[in-house]
Design a protein around this ligand. Structure first.
Ligand code: FMN
Length: 273
């Protein structure tokens, strides 16, 4: 099939999805000898306009897994902000070593509904945004090797195909419920209202957290104030240059401790073409 342009499109609060999607995008652009365009919709300003694609585009579209699905606050934009116009699309999710559950299936369904032809899908384990130890350092070299195999399989499929064919089949169900976080005691833990706190002795008011909050919820004049919704993405925690941001919510801390206790095995990436 003719590919005139490769586009890497992603939401990535702590950088994992960006790494995976842009690496795959670079590989596909090199393979088809086309330019690579990058569209990062992590920040609110990038979600103000609708993005249009063409049938000769190959779009690598990535989001993280949140509670086993596509981050729910991003769904409205994923569903209404893109016009696929028949572009070919590779759906990519990252997940933090527990499981991707239904996120890849949900993302594929959204992209098909947006007018893309999903030709492949992949789920890649990456360092959990909540933790310094869960899948630490991933995606690593081994993951990148697997990503290379995925890219080669996509290139092979597209060079043989004359039409986009059937949508890629991936595990999971697009309309499945969200994963219920549990704590160390095995009981469900609710922390929807939790927000990061700021250590006043460390915070230098540099404003990085406010500038990088995907929800635009942190007050730039006083970064200790989180005025809007917090999706627990950990952009502020991971990007703070002096480690002044952290969570103290007990339900959240118990869930994180459970994940760090129960999900130490190396989760494998999975991909489908
Ligand atoms: C709110 C939230 C919920 C998450 N839920 C899951 C999950 O259900 N399963 C999982 O394995 N990882 C989960 N993770 C981990 C992320 O999927 C993982 O860290 C991802 O790579 C983050 O992507 P990013 O760096 O592009 O923001 C969650 C992370 C956050 C912030």
């Amino acid at each position: 099939m003719k590919i005139a342009r490769v586009c890497a499109v992603y939401f990535s609060a702590t950088g994992n999805t960006r790494k995976v999607v842009t690496a795959l995008g670079r590989a596909m652009a090199a393979c088809f000898e086309t330019p690579l365009e990058v569209l990062d919709f992590t920040l609110p300003a990038a979600r103000e306009e609708r993005c249009d694609f063409a049938p000769t585009d190959l779009v690598i579209f990535g989001t993280p897994t949140y509670a086993g699905k596509v981050p729910n606050k991003l769904l409205p934009f994923v569903k209404s902000g893109f016009a696929g116009n028949g572009a070919l699309c590779v759906a990519v999710v990252t997940f933090g070593n527990r499981a991707y559950d239904n996120s890849l299936a949900e993302l594929c369904a959204c992209l098909e509904a947006d007018g893309f032809h999903t030709v492949a899908g992949g789920a890649f384990a990456a360092q959990h945004a909540f933790s310094k130890t869960l899948a630490a350092g991933r995606p690593d070299e081994e993951d990148m090797t697997e990503l290379g195999k995925f890219g080669a399989a996509i290139a092979g499929k597209l060079s043989r195909a004359t039409t986009p064919g059937e949508p890629v089949r991936v595990p999971g169900a697009a309309d499945a419920p969200y994963y219920t976080p549990r704590g160390l005691d095995g009981e469900p833990k609710m922390f929807l209202k939790a927000k990061p706190v700021t250590d006043p002795d460390k915070c230098t008011q540099c404003g990085v957290c406010a500038a990088l909050c995907p929800m635009g919820s942190i007050d730039p004049a006083d970064p200790a104030q989180v005025n809007g919704v917090c999706i627990k993405c950990h952009s502020c925690v991971k990007n703070c240059p002096v480690e002044a941001k952290y969570f103290t919510d007990e339900a959240f801390l118990s869930h994180r401790a459970m994940l760090e206790r129960d999900y130490t095995r190396r989760a494998a990436p999975e991909w489908f073409v």
